[in-house]
Design a protein. Structure first.
Length: 138
């Protein structure tokens, strides 16, 4: 599989309002904006970190995957997103190599990207996201 770059690191937080000052004021990362992804019941803040980004993920419902993650494990790193071309072909390659996918068909994620997650039981406990985006997307 050809990974172009680490697209972003997703960090689960209880509150964007409380978390953002650390990233913007202390780390001085450029703030790129906030987007709500209703299908995932999450608000996402984007920050630039060199050639990659940090996504802060705040649940908007106790039923969201991020709320359940925070309840079980606390705030912190949720996933690492790998930038790829032709995400469906990458999914097929991974499945052929025995990697279990959470989504076998990509879906729209934050910033308009096509995304699909690998199951952490197939990746030594790390939740990896495949992320295909047009260069102009956040």
């Amino acid at each position: 599989m050809n990974v172009k770059k680490v697209d972003h690191v997703g960090i689960a937080v209880k509150s964007l309002e409380k978390a953002l000052p650390f990233y913007v004021d202390v780390l001085q990362l450029p703030f790129l904006g906030i987007e709500e992804v209703e299908s995932e019941k999450v608000k996402v803040a984007f920050l630039k970190a060199g050639e990659t980004k940090i996504e802060l993920l705040e649940p908007t419902s106790p039923e969201s995957a991020i709320a359940k993650f925070i309840e079980k494990r606390g705030e912190g790193i949720h996933h690492v997103a790998l930038g790829v071309d032709d995400i469906q072909e990458r999914i097929n390659e991974l499945k052929e190599k025995g990697i279990r996918m959470i989504q076998e068909t990509p879906k729209r994620g934050a910033g308009g990207a096509l995304v699909a997650f690998m199951h952490p039981k197939s990746t030594e406990g790390v939740l990896y996201e495949l992320c295909e985006r047009k260069d102009a997307e956040v």
